[in-house]
Design a protein around this ligand. Structure first.
Ligand SMILES: Nc1ncnc2c1ncn2[C@@H]1O[C@H](COP(=O)(O)OP(=O)(O)OP(=O)(O)O)[C@@H](O)[C@H]1O
Length: 602
């Protein structure tokens, strides 16, 4: 890392005494002043002096002093990477090697006063309150404050000015945000969460906001698509769950395409990357996108990731049916189990997040399976496999490969060639669930997610096929999402990392496909053909012929779909891998949190 020059360095008094305080970019570090430390160390290291001073009590004092020395020498906070700027992967400065440090949010001047003898007010001290970001446990961040006292007004103002100037230089930090709040998401606490936990942080960081509380479903999407003056903002924030994020994402992508003259409905169109980043303040029922990109569903943590200007690119896939554009997806596409569960849970929205438990049990007991054909195009081996132990973490090498776009372009050619040569793999069968995870889909209920090794931004999706099996086996599979066992390690589960896939439910297979199956097969094929006719007959009352798709928590009432990830557009130059960016940095490695000395600073 390029070492930044110190912007300001001086001695100030904190509640712990005199400190050497250094400002380097947006990084403030402070430690006990050298003179104080030497004095403390001198006492501790010279027992004879101590003995002289307190005579017969010297022995016990030495013990105490040694303890004092230990505390005074111990680094209170860690040398950690300053990652306040995306792309700058951090480093340490000598000033940070002992003492406290933190990425700044802002500073303000307070003046304390006390009445003099003549009953008039005199200034006793000038206080600079500095807000900074600290790491907490379990990927949480928190906002802390330290106050420095200074009786010299000139020095105090110098500090304030320097902090202001350094923060102004950070171009990646947002200054103006457009905020959408869904007051009905999750436990209907969106508005309160924003006002009590998020707005004060934005205020401390001098971020101005325009807030819109949505009045109906799709309000945010429509406003973004048509009315919002996006030039005014450095980012969009949505307060709500995955459904709310999906609304904002659709609005933003559609608007970006419209403004740049691209037609998202045309299958051969180049999609233009969105320039504005999106921040998610979790206030929904599952908050999977937030959890899988930040590592927690804590509103304060998300707000701080927005303030420090983090940036995490994300792939977006487009879903089409009969060559008509339907929706975008960034997290889960689930047919069968997850589709049925969502359909049922939507009828119980009044129950709040508990609806997922009830619908989950009901759907599990119904044990429905669906017949159809899945065809897919496998991804290159250099983007890993769904069974890798390596997980997508902050600064992930696979997502960051500089040639990713080129590789995807090349892959696209390959995909088209593959299509021409019939290199698609085809699996016909009866499925309890077909899940496509564009990211891990981790959430508090399933901390490792549907596909623990899925990547956020490498242009691929993990396709998980759960074939028909007994209820007990399916239960075992579901249970493994909540513990450390491998959920893919069952004979009835297949998993592939793919670039594109299609699903055709049995009832939509063309006459020629069914005929082919009849000709290929024997008695079994014949039986399937007749059972198909039987299922189409409404009076029969058998199991339904098709489910629907759960697309990022929204119902997609289509069964047969084609899903294209990243580079999968027909025009060979059209790659829309990493189409949107979030105010996030991916989940940070656990080691950062395990080290007690790196625990506190960002
Ligand atoms: N004012 C509103 N009134 C009714 N519905 C709204 C309003 N604003 C947004 N919505 C819709 O509410 C739906 C659900 O919202 P949201 O995703 O925030 O909560 P959730 O469904 O409880 O959480 P999750 O999606 O994480 O499970 C979204 O599809 C969104 O379109």
């Amino acid at each position: 890392m390029e070492t930044q020059p110190r912007a300001l360095c001086s001695q100030l008094t904190s509640q712990h005494g005199l400190c050497d305080v250094t400002l380097t970019g947006a990084f403030l570090s402070w430690k006990e002043a050298e003179t104080c430390r030497r004095r403390a160390a001198g006492h501790a290291y010279d027992p004879r002096k101590a003995a002289k001073l307190i005579g017969s009590l010297s022995k016990s004092l030495c013990v105490n002093n040694r303890r004092m020395l230990y505390f005074s020498r111990r680094p209170m906070r860690a040398p950690v990477r300053d990652r306040s700027r995306p792309g700058d992967r951090g480093g340490t400065t000598p000033a940070q090697t002992r003492g406290n440090s933190g990425v700044l949010l802002g500073a303000q001047l307070n003046v304390t006063s006390m009445p003099s003898q003549h009953n008039c007010i005199t200034f006793s001290a000038l206080l600079t309150a500095v807000s900074y970001v600290e790491r907490g446990r379990k990927h949480r961040w928190q906002c802390s404050e330290v106050t420095f006292r200074c009786t010299e007004s000139r020095l105090c103002l110098q500090w304030l000015q320097a902090i202001k100037e350094q923060l102004a230089l950070l171009t990646t930090r947002p200054k103006r945000l457009l905020v959408y709040i869904n007051p009905y998401g999750g436990k209907q606490r969106g508005k309160r969460i924003y006002e009590q936990k998020v707005a004060p942080i934005f205020c401390r960081a001098s971020i101005s906001t325009d807030v819109i509380v949505t009045e109906r479903a799709n309000h945010a999407r429509d406003h973004l698509k048509t009315e919002a003056d996006l030039q005014k903002y450095d980012g969009i924030v949505c307060v709500g769950g995955d459904g709310m994020f999906s609304e904002v994402m659709h609005g933003l992508i559609s608007r970006t395409q419209r403004d740049t003259g691209a037609d998202q409905n045309c299958s051969g169109e180049t999609l233009v990357e969105c320039s504005l980043r999106v921040g998610i303040i979790p206030a929904g029922s599952t908050d999977c996108v937030c959890y899988a990109t930040v590592g927690s569903n804590d509103p304060v943590t998300s707000a701080l990731h927005i303030v420090v200007g983090d940036s995490q690119p994300m792939d977006v896939c487009s879903i089409r049916a009969d060559d008509t554009f339907l929706r975008y997806s960034v997290s889960l596409l689930g047919y069968g189990f997850y589709g049925d569960m969502l359909t049922d849970s939507e009828r119980k929205r009044w129950m709040g997040p508990a609806r997922y438990d009830l619908s989950g049990v009901k759907t599990f007991l119904s044990h429905r399976y669906y017949e159809g054909t899945v065809s897919f195009l496998l991804a290159d081996s250099n983007v890993g496999t769904p069974r890798d132990k390596l997980q997508c973490r902050s600064g992930c090498n696979i997502c960051q490969q500089p040639s990713a776009d080129k590789r995807l372009c090349g892959k696209e050619d390959h995909a088209l060639d593959g299509e021409a040569k019939g290199a698609w793999q085809v699996i016909r069968g009866k499925f309890l669930a077909i899940n496509a995870a564009c990211m891990s889909c981790a959430c508090p209920r399933s901390p490792k997610g549907l596909s623990p090794s899925a990547h956020l931004a490498n242009g691929t999706v993990d396709l998980i096929l759960v074939h028909k099996c007994s209820r007990l086996d399916f239960f075992r599979h579901l249970l493994r999402h909540t513990n450390k066992d491998d959920q893919f390690d069952h004979p009835f589960v297949e998993v592939y990392r793919v670039r594109q896939f299609r699903f055709t439910p049995r009832c939509q297979e063309t006459a020629s496909e069914l005929e082919l199956e009849l000709r290929e097969g024997d008695g079994v094929g014949r039986a399937r053909f007749f059972s198909q006719i039987c299922r189409k007959h409404p009076a029969c009352g058998c199991m339904p012929t098709h489910s629907c798709w759960n697309c990022d928590g929204e119902i997609l009432p289509h069964a047969g779909i084609e899903v294209r990830y990243g580079a999968a557009h027909r025009d060979r130059s059209r790659v829309h891998c990493q189409l949107i960016k979030l105010f996030a940095r991916g989940i940070e490695e656990q080691t950062v949190f395990d080290d007690p000395y790196t625990l506190c600073a960002i």
